[in-house]
Design a protein around this ligand. Structure first.
Ligand code: ZN
Length: 57
């Protein structure tokens, strides 16, 4: 998995394969992508564990 600066339309939500709108970089070094729906669902939890969140274009 490569860490690119911005999301593109080719990036897909890790949960449902919709277009990704939020990237979460985990303290462990992992990376998750979320669509708008799943971003809203998981943002609070991701902040709790110290993930760095960045949204796409
Ligand atoms: Zn999703």
């Amino acid at each position: 998995m490569t860490a690119t600066a911005t999301l593109t339309r080719l990036d897909r939500c890790d949960r449902c394969s919709a277009a990704a709108q939020l990237r979460a970089l985990l303290p462990s070094g992992g990376e998750l992508l979320f669509c708008g729906h799943h971003a809203r669902r998981h943002t609070a939890r991701l902040r709790q564990i110290g993930a760095a969140l960045s949204s796409g274009p």
